[in-house]
Every structure is written in structure tokens, then in C-alpha cells.
Ligand binder design. Structure first.
Ligand code: ATP
Ligand code: MG
Length: 677
């Protein structure tokens, strides 16, 4: 106890200490980037355990990504020098945990699966095609509608009673069918992970009381990015005094998912004894970088007034480099890094390259591969976005539940078994008529069908293979993936199918990552439990692989440059940061320009800038390929808003011609947008 108290006094500033020692009142820490908010959370966990006698199982901390959760766990563990049992989760994985504990009260069976957006679209498509033909963008709109209803805690029967949705009867019907499908298939979507626990708590007060008793203290990082439903969820499980939230309204970058920084205001009403603590010293960035960040964000209106200063060295000028096109941009960034690294004897991992959209990383990756420079991407849409990786997950799903027709259809013809649409249609018709799953039809398929014997045998063999794998999986779940890959001769299939060598290597690498992560699955003695470990693993993979978490399932300890979107960079810090694509239409994004609302894009840029500790470099290009057109670009308005005395513009010479061209340019963009609409 003595040690930890001295430790806190030595390493934290007055307000941080105040926040940590505030335990009999609800506490909100409201402060700018790099001011030590996350540090408050980790230190407070230690303080609660060591000085206030909280058992570590009674503390729950919620963070935004799995990466952040793991990092926090690691930090706490290191400091208390033993494994900790305190629960550090993302909102979604915490929701999943609650669902798993109360399955007997819900419509779901054990071994449920979490589905991602890709699955959602396919399921919806299947549902609606009986009623109408919709294109992808309409399907996405319907899914957004469904998600909106769930985020307003409305199930089908609630929503259908409301006047405001009477003009959406058709879509409501799809909501009903979609939900029925999910329940029937034992699937949950991401929204369900919060929606279902809330409904559970409302219906079963005793379950809620139980969780409330269990959670003696709750801490939430990145509070500005919680949405309404997450706020409600949180309110259900907290005791009115025992929680600490930290956040920064200037870093709210998820309003497109319903995040609501006004939640911070709501808190004051809901918890009148709330203690609000501000932190004003930034410990991360050089004075110049902080000045740039502060100046940029001062162009936004503010809900809360905050100050931020740095006692660090003022630091070198911030470079703004113009390049000819996106290829030259990438080359230039890499060259800057190589020269800098050589000069200052730094490591690759001191550098991060940040960008607005995932597709900007493609050229970058290609070039880094060509130059043989190690890199690591965070927050890229997951490896499961690669169809040939995800197929393996569908195999696992079918092994756990062979009656899962949705997944069965995904694997039926991969690798190629010459089972085409015609055959699957016949199978589905029989399955509907007999009301049994496709797997069972396949297993007992007879000669009365219009399917040839050769194909019938192939189907039957697939079913037998699944049966065989099932037995194997219950003995050794951690080797099951290897066995699938061997049994279906998957690598040979990929070699034949994927002609592009780089693509092929990428698949192999990612399948390797998946295999690695399988090794950590616990093996249970109890036969019944086996599948639950496996299905839990699959759900974890899907949750981890969402857009809001990292790509790498297993951390690779190698010196690598970090590549990530600005969104994925939240909460992290790097010595040297490059923000590329500082152009109108890229950052701010063209949709924001079109909607005449760039506030969130400015916050996103603020997040990017404040990741840098020592040096920051911006790049923009004069021309870029967009939607198949080679168009000329203008530097981002955000560069204009920065204090020019801190910037060093390089290759700026043709800048005036940009502005001369800008009228034509805007016309092209507008035309392009119309096309896109
Ligand atoms: P962000 O808004 O980007 O999430 P944050 O407010 O969570 O930032 P932290 O990541 O907690 O900030 O801290 C930023 C850096 O400052 C970290 O390297 C941290 O170790 C350091 N730091 C925090 N508090 C102190 C302190 N009192 N003394 C010295 N260094 C500190
Ligand atoms: Mg933080």
C-alpha cells in the first residue's frame, strides 16, 4: 500500500491524483489528447486493488478496441506483478459475456455465432429476394434502418406500433424476417451484443441486480464515443457512485455510428454529484505539434471549454510535402522515413503512417513489399474480409452446427465440387419440403432426385467429412483447422485458384495467423464443452476483426512501420507521424464536403495530429486517381487553418495553379458525386 501511494504521488499530477482518489462520487475526466486520461484509468485500477481493497474480479474497465483492452491488461499485470482477473473488455465483448451467462433466459442456444456485416448483407439479401430485388446500397440502407431501431431499443413489435414508422411497413417486415432468421440460425449481429443484454436486464431484474452486485467499480475509456444504447447499458450496471469515465469531446469520431458527445452533458443531469475533473498538461507531443492541434480544433464549436499546454521541447517544423500523384506520395514518405531512420538511428516502429480511408493503404503496401520494408496494419477490415480465409470459419461453423444452412451453402462448393446453383436449388427445395437441414438432406440423399450420381456422391462425401471432423473437433479443437485444411486440400485449391502470387501469399499468411490463434484455445475434458470453446473462439475472432480493432490476431514482435486509418489510431502514440492524402475530398472526405459538415473530419485530423510525439509530416498530391478518373486535387482546408509559422511547405511552387483550377475541379467533383449518388 505504501509503495503504491508513493508511486501515485511521484508519477501523476494533482488533477490526475484527484481523479484516482475520487472513489465515493461518480467521476468524469474531461481532457484533451495526450493529457494522461488512459493513464488515469490504469493507475486507478491499481489504486482500487492495492489501496482500497477491491478484489480485482469486481472491477470492470471498458475500452474501445481489443488492442486497447489487451494493452491495459498488460500494463496492470506488469505493475501488480501477477496475473490479474479484473475484466477489461470492449463494450461488445462485455455484452457477449453477459449473454453467455444468461443463455437459459434467452432465445439463443449455446454455441451461437456472431455475424459480421458481410454475413448480414447476404442474409438480408436472401430474405428480401422473395419480395423484391434490391441493389447493394438499398440493402445497406435497410440494415442501417434495422440497426437504428435496435439502437433505439425497439424490437419489431415495438417499432410496428409507432406512428413514425408506418411509412416503412415493408422495411419493418424485413426487420421481423431478419430477426426470425437470426434466432432460428442461432446468430447474433453486433448490435445484439448490447441490445440483448439491455432487454435481458429489463425483463429479468434479478439478473441485472446480480451483475450490479458483481461489478463494484466501472471505468470507461474514450467515453466520448459511446452511443445512446451503450450509455443505457452502462447505466444499468453501475452503482451511482462507483464509476470513472474519461473522454475528450474533441476526439469524438464515431457520430456516424450514433456516438453522442452530448452523453457527457447527460451525465451531469443523471448523476448530480458527478465530479468533473480536467487535465491540462499534455505529456505526449512537442509544443509545436500541440500548437498545431490546438489551433486546428479551435475552428470547431465547443461543448466544453478545455485548455492544453505542453512543457515539452517546442520541436522541429512540421513539414507539408506536395507530390505529383499518389505513387510519388508513397515513395516520398518511405524515402523520408529511410533517411530519417538512418540519420537518427531510430527503429521502424517509431514511425506511423496515417490515412483517411483503407484504400489509401493499397499503394503504400505494394511499395513497402517491393522495397522489403516490414510493416504492420491496424484497423484494416479484417482478414475475414478475404473470402478464402473466411471460408475456413464457415467450415468450423458447420462442424459445430451442421444444420446451419447459411454456412453450409458457403462451403458446399469450395473447394470446387462441381455443385452449382442448379443442384443447390434442388437441395433447398427438398429441404423446405421435408423441413430438415441441407446437411441432413445431403447425408441421406437418394437416387430420386434430379441430381446425377457423381454429384450426389460429392455431396454425401462432404457430409461424411463434416461428420468425421465433428468427432475430431471434440477431441482436439485446437488442431481442427489444420485437419480441415489438409482434408479438403485447401492449399492446393488456393494455388490453382489464386493466380496472383502476392494475393496468394497474403492468404497463406492470414491463414497462418488464424492457425496460430487457434493454438490458444482451451481444451476441455468434458465433451459437451468442446464446441463451446470453439464457437466462443469464432465469435471472438469476428468481434476482434471488426473495423474497430486490429488486424493482427497474434502480435508479431518485429520491428515494423505502423500503417492505419486515422480512426484506428485513436488512443495510440508514435514518435514520428505522417498523415498522407491531405486533400479536399480525401480529408475532409467528399461526403462531408457534400453535406457541408466538416466538424467531425476536423476532429479526425485533430486525433491524427495528436498521435505524434516528436515530429509530424503532412503530404498531399496534385493529382489522384479517383473513381477511375485522374483528377487534380487541392490541398486540404485544414492545412490552411494551421498556424503557418509552424509549417514548412515543400514543393509548393505550383500552388497558385491549383486555385486557378479549383473552379473546374469543384465542377468535376460535383459531376462525380452525381454519378456516385
Ligand atoms: P488520448 O486522448 O490520445 O487517448 P490520453 O489522455 O489517454 O490521450 P495517455 O495516453 O494516458 O493520454 O498519456 C499520454 C502520454 O503521457 C503517455 O505516454 C503517458 O505515459 C504520459 N503521461 C501521462 N500522465 C503523465 C504524467 N503525470 N507524467 C508523465 N507522463 C505522463
Ligand atoms: Mg487515451
Amino acid at each position: 500500500i505504501g509503495y503504491i501511494n508513493i508511486y501515485i504521488i511521484m508519477n501523476l499530477n494533482t488533477n490526475q491524483k484527484l481523479a484516482i482518489q475520487c472513489i465515493n462520487r461518480p467521476c468524469l475526466v474531461l481532457a484533451g489528447a495526450g493529457s494522461g486520461k488512459t493513464k488515469v484509468i490504469t493507475e486507478k485500477i491499481l489504486y482500487l486493488i492495492n489501496s482500497c481493497n477491491y478484489g480485482d474480479r469486481s472491477i470492470v474497465a471498458l475500452t474501445f478496441t481489443n488492442k486497447a483492452a489487451n494493452e491495459m491488461k498488460h500494463r496492470v499485470q506488469q505493475k501488480i506483478c501477477r496475473t490479474t482477473h479484473c475484466s477489461i473488455y470492449t463494450f461488445h465483448s462485455f455484452g457477449m459475456n453477459i449473454i453467455q451467462h444468461s443463455l437459459h433466459l434467452l432465445d439463443f442456444r449455446p454455441n451461437f455465432f456472431i455475424i459480421d456485416e458481410y454475413d448480414q448483407i447476404h442474409i438480408l439479401q436472401k430474405i428480401v429476394q422473395k419480395h423484391a430485388q434490391y441493389d447493394l446500397s438499398t440493402l445497406k440502407k435497410i440494415l442501417k434502418f434495422i440497426s437504428m431501431l435496435k439502437n433505439n431499443l425497439l424490437n419489431y413489435s415495438d417499432a410496428s406500433k409507432l406512428q413514425e414508422y408506418q411509412n416503412k411497413i415493408e422495411w419493418l417486415k424485413y426487420y421481423y424476417l431478419y430477426e426470425s432468421f437470426l434466432i432460428h440460425s442461432n446468430f447474433l449481429d453486433f448490435d445484439d451484443l448490447i441490445f440483448i443484454p439491455i432487454k435481458l436486464f429489463q425483463k429479468h431484474k434479478n439478473v441485472r441486480v446480480l451483475w450490479k452486485k458483481k461489478i463494484k467499480y466501472l471505468l470507461v475509456d474514450e467515453y466520448q464515443d459511446t452511443n445512446n444504447i451503450q450509455y443505457i447499458f452502462m447505466k444499468q450496471i453501475i452503482h451511482s457512485n462507483n464509476f470513472t469515465l474519461v473522454g475528450d469531446d474533441d476526439q469524438s469520431i464515431y457520430s456516424w455510428r450514433g456516438a453522442n458527445p452530448q452523453n457527457m452533458n447527460l451525465l451531469k443531469n443523471d448523476f448530480p454529484t458527478l465530479q468533473v475533473i480536467k487535465l491540462e498538461e499534455n505529456y505526449r507531443s512537442s509544443g509545436r505539434i500541440l500548437n498545431i492541434a490546438n489551433t486546428l480544433i479551435s475552428h470547431n464549436p465547443h461543448i466544453f471549454h478545455k485548455k492544453l499546454f505542453s512543457n515539452m521541447h517546442y520541436g522541429p517544423m512540421v513539414k507539408v510535402i506536395a507530390t505529383q500523384d499518389e505513387y510519388e506520395e508513397v515513395k516520398r514518405v518511405v524515402r523520408e522515413i529511410l533517411i530519417h531512420r538512418n540519420k537518427f538511428k531510430t527503429s521502424y516502429q517509431d514511425y506511423a503512417i496515417l490515412y483517411r480511408s483503407n484504400n489509401q493503404s493499397k499503394i503504400l503496401e505494394k511499395y513497402l513489399v517491393k522495397k522489403n520494408i516490414p510493416y504492420q496494419i491496424f484497423g484494416k477490415k479484417s482478414i475475414l474480409d478475404q473470402n478464402f480465409v473466411k471460408i475456413l470459419i464457415y467450415y468450423l461453423k458447420v462442424i459445430i452446427n451442421p444444420d446451419d444452412d447459411f454456412s453450409f451453402l458457403k462451403i458446399i462448393n469450395i473447394p470446387n465440387r462441381r455443385i452449382g446453383n442448379k443442384t443447390t436449388t434442388i437441395l433447398r427445395t427438398i429441404s423446405l419440403k421435408k423441413n430438415v437441414s441441407l446437411y441432413k438432406i445431403g447425408m441421406y440423399i437418394d437416387s430420386n432426385t434430379k441430381i446425377t450420381m457423381k454429384i450426389r456422391n460429392k455431396i454425401k462425401n462432404l457430409c461424411l467429412l463434416i461428420q468425421d471432423l465433428q468427432n475430431f473437433a471434440s477431441v482436439k479443437p485446437n488442431n481442427i483447422l489444420k485437419k480441415i485444411i489438409d482434408d479438403i486440400e485447401y492449399i492446393q485449391f488456393l494455388k490453382k485458384t489464386v493466380k496472383n502470387q502476392i494475393q496468394f501469399n497474403e492468404y497463406i499468411k492470414n491463414i497462418g495467423l488464424l492457425l496460430n490463434s487457434m493454438e490458444n484455445i482451451k481444451v476441455y475434458d468434458n465433451k459437451k464443452e468442446n464446441f463451446s470453446a470453439l464457437s466462443n473462439f469464432i465469435s471472438q475472432i469476428v468481434i476482434n476483426s471488426s473495423e474497430f480493432s486490429e488486424k493482427n490476431i497474434k502480435q508479431i514482435d518485429q520491428d515494423q512501420i505502423f500503417l492505419m486509418t486515422l480512426h484506428a489510431s485513436k488512443g495510440l502514440e508514435f514518435s514520428f507521424v505522417f498523415i498522407i492524402g491531405m486533400e479536399e475530398g480525401i480529408l475532409p472526405h467528399y461526403i462531408s464536403i457534400k453535406n457541408k459538415d466538416c466538424l467531425e473530419e476536423r476532429r479526425l485530423t485533430y486525433v491524427g495530429i495528436t498521435r505524434a510525439r516528436k515530429e509530424l509530416t503532412f503530404t498531399y498530391t496534385r493529382k489522384r486517381m479517383l473513381y477511375g478518373n485522374n483528377i487534380s486535387m487541392n490541398p486540404s482546408r485544414f492545412l490552411d487553418e494551421l498556424p503557418q509559422k509552424d509549417l514548412l511547405w515543400l514543393n509548393k511552387k505550383n500552388i497558385s495553379s491549383f486555385f486557378q483550377n479549383s473552379k473546374i475541379h469543384i465542377k468535376t467533383i460535383k459531376k462525380m458525386l452525381k454519378l456516385k449518388d
